[in-house]
Design a binder for this molecule. Structure first.
Ligand code: ADP
Ligand code: TRP
Length: 357
C-alpha cells in the first residue's frame, strides 16, 4: 500500500551562540516531538548568521555547538534531516534568482530589518519613525557604519530555505511570522508571474495550546541571547545555581492570595516547565498563604533546572568530542537536503528561462 505523503517541516536556528532554555522549550523539544510523524528538516542557518556575525572562528565554533545541541536535545538524524545551510549551494543560487522578484521597499519595511539596521547604525530606541526618516538614515550620513545588503535580503534567504525544500509547515517564534508571511507572498508572486504551481505556501506549525514563552531571570521579558538573561544548556550546575539565586524577585506577598509581580510569576513559569506538579503546588500554596521564602523556591528551581540540563550537557560534551560523528551527520543531512534542493532549483531555472543552449 502506498504510504501517505508526510508533511514537509523545516526550521532553522542561527548559530550566534549557545542555545538556552528558551530555545529548548520553545523550539528543540517541540522539534523532537514531531520528528516521528513528519518529514522533518532542521538546519543551522550559518549564512543568516553572517548578516550580523563577523568573527569567523566564533561562527565556525557556533555551527558545531548548535549541531551538538540539536542532537543532544534528542533530534535524531535517522528520523530528521539535519544539515548546515551553507552545505547546500543550491540555496545561494536560488537566493540570487528569487531576489529578482523581491522589492527593496517590502524588505525595508520589515520589522526585523528596521530593528537590526538601527542596531548596526548605533541608533537607540524603538523604531517608530516614518519610512522616509528611516530610509534617510539607511542611505547615509557622515557615519562609516553601514547596513549590509545581506541584512536587507534576509527574508529572501529565509524564503529560499523554505521554498527550496517545498516545506509546508514552519515552526518559528512570533518574531519570525512576518518573514513567513513574506515567504508566502514571494511564493504566490512567483507562481502567478510564471503561471506555474511550483511553490506551496508555507504556514506556521501549530503545536496546539498556548505557545511556550520562557521568561528570563531578570524580572521581565523573555529569555534571549541578546538580553543577557539566559540559562544555557551547556551551563555548569554551579553557574546555573548562581544565576537562579540572583534572579529578580520582590519583597514577598503581604496579604493572602495577592496577585504576583512579573518577576515572581516568571520564576513560577520556569518552575512549571522544569519541576513536578506537586512541587509547583507546594510553592503556589506557600505564596498564597504568605509563608513562601523565595530563597527556598530558587534553590528548588535551580536543582530542577540542573536535573533537566545535566544529561543534555553531558551529551553535548560527548558529541562535540566526536568530530567524526558530527561530520557524518551533516554529510548525510546535506546529501538528502541537496537532492530536493537541486530538483527545485532545476525547475526554477527552467521556468525563468535559464536553460542550457
Ligand atoms: P534568541 O532570542 O536567543 O536569539 P532565536 O531568536 O535564535 O533565540 O530563537 C531560536 C528559536 O528558539 C525560535 O524558534 C524561538 O521561537 C525559540 N525561542 C527563543 N527564545 C525563546 C523563549 N524565551 N521562549 C520560547 N521560545 C524561544
Ligand atoms: N530567521 C530565523 C530566526 O532568526 C532562522 C531561520 C532562517 C529560519 N531560515 C529559516 C527559520 C527557515 C525557519 C525556516 O530565528
Amino acid at each position: 500500500m502506498e504510504q501517505p505523503k508526510r508533511e514537509i517541516i523545516l526550521s532553522g536556528i542561527r548559530p550566534t551562540g549557545n542555545l538556552h532554555l528558551g530555545n529548548f522549550y520553545g523550539a528543540l523539544r517541540k522539534f523532537v516531538q514531531i520528528q516521528d510523524a513528519h518529514d522533518c528538516n532542521f538546519f543551522v542557518a550559518d549564512l543568516h548568521a553572517l548578516t550580523t556575525a563577523t568573527d569567523p572562528e566564533a561562527l565556525h565554533a557556533n555551527v558545531k555547538n548548535v549541531l551538538a545541541e540539536y542532537l543532544a536535545a534528542g533530534i535524531d538524524p535517522e528520523k530528521a534531516t539535519i544539515f548546515v545551510q551553507s552545505d547546500i549551494p543550491e540555496i545561494s543560487e536560488m537566493y540570487l534568482l528569487l531576489n529578482m522578484h523581491v522589492g527593496i521597499g517590502e524588505l525595508m519595511r520589515t520589522a526585523a530589518f528596521k530593528d537590526k539596521a538601527r542596531k548596526c547604525l548605533g541608533l537607540s530606541g524603538e523604531c517608530d519613525d516614518s519610512d522616509e526618516a528611516f530610509e534617510h538614515q539607511i542611505i547615509g550620513g557622515d557615519t562609516n557604519k553601514r547596513v549590509c545588503a545581506g541584512l536587507l535580503t534576509y527574508p529572501t534567504l529565509m524564503a529560499v530555505d523554505i521554498l527550496i525544500q517545498k516545506a509546508t509547515k514552519v515552526p518559528v517564534g512570533k518574531d519570525q511570522l512576518q518573514h513567513l508571511e513574506l515567504t508566502r507572498r514571494f511564493a504566490r508572486r512567483f507562481n502567478s508571474f510564471y503561471h506555474v504551481d511550483l511553490f506551496p505556501e508555507p504556514t506556521d506549525f501549530d503545536f496546539g495550546g498556548a505557545p511556550v514563552k520562557v521568561p528570563g531571570l531578570n524580572g521581565s521579558g523573555k529569555m534571549g541571547k541578546s538580553e543577557g538573561n539566559c540559562i544555557y544548556l551547556i551551563d555548569d550546575p554551579k553557574v546555573i545555581r548562581k544565576k537562579v539565586m540572583r534572579a529578580t524577585t520582590d519583597e514577598g506577598p503581604k496579604e493572602p492570595n495577592s496577585p504576583m509581580s512579573e518577576p515572581v510569576a516568571n520564576l513560577f513559569t520556569l518552575l512549571e516547565l522544569t519541576s513536578t506538579p506537586d512541587v509547583v503546588k507546594h510553592f503556589r500554596d506557600a505564596y498564597a498563604d504568605c509563608s513562601i521564602r523565595y530563597g527556598d523556591l530558587k534553590k528548588q528551581l535551580a536543582e530542577d533546572i540542573v536535573a533537566v540540563t545535566t544529561p543534555i550537557r553531558d551529551r553535548i560534551t560527548d558529541i562535540l568530542a566526536n568530530e567524526e560523528y558530527l561530520r557524518k551527520v551533516v554529510r548525510d543531512g546535506a546529501e538528502r537536503a541537496r537532492a530536493r534542493a537541486a530538483d527545485t532549483l532545476a525547475e526554477m531555472r527552467q521556468i525563468m528561462g535559464i536553460r542550457p543552449l
